[in-house]
Ligand binder design. Structure first.
Ligand SMILES: [Cu+2]
Length: 125
């Protein structure tokens, strides 16, 4: 009788382990959702010839950053110095903010007389 009970307990324990490992698999982030496993910070930046509507993008180190650039006037891009990342109007980029610091971004397309106004900062803390 005692032996039957211990076998039963062992089966329960095994079932619990199997269930836990199954749950672990479900919680794993799907590919392309979060690159780092950390939170995803999403920004939509609108570009006009007068500049970007968002001049500061603040995230934490380890965050997955998703930036969508929308051209409101003309053709623009958003290039982040030091991260070697660029997004063009109508496109989205996703990357992991693995380096802390302040990184200037600017438009990498000669878009006219206000081109130099198209600047901002990615701040990674
Ligand atoms: Cu521009």
């Amino acid at each position: 009788m005692a032996q039957l009970r211990s076998t039963w307990m062992w089966c329960l324990a095994l079932a619990a382990v199997l269930m836990l490992s199954a749950c672990g698999k479900i919680e794993e982030p799907a590919a392309g959702v979060s690159l780092s496993g950390g939170p995803i910070k999403e920004f939509t930046v609108h570009a006009r010839s007068s500049g970007y509507d968002i001049q500061e993008i603040k995230v934490k180190q380890g965050d997955t950053v998703k930036i969508t650039l929308k051209n409101e006037q003309g053709m623009h891009s958003l290039k982040i110095e030091g991260y070697n990342k660029e997004v063009r109007g109508g496109k989205t980029i996703t990357f992991v903010a693995d380096k802390a610091g302040e990184f200037d971004f600017s438009c990498n397309i000669s878009c006219g007389k206000n081109h130099e106004n198209m600047t901002g900062k990615l701040i990674v803390k």
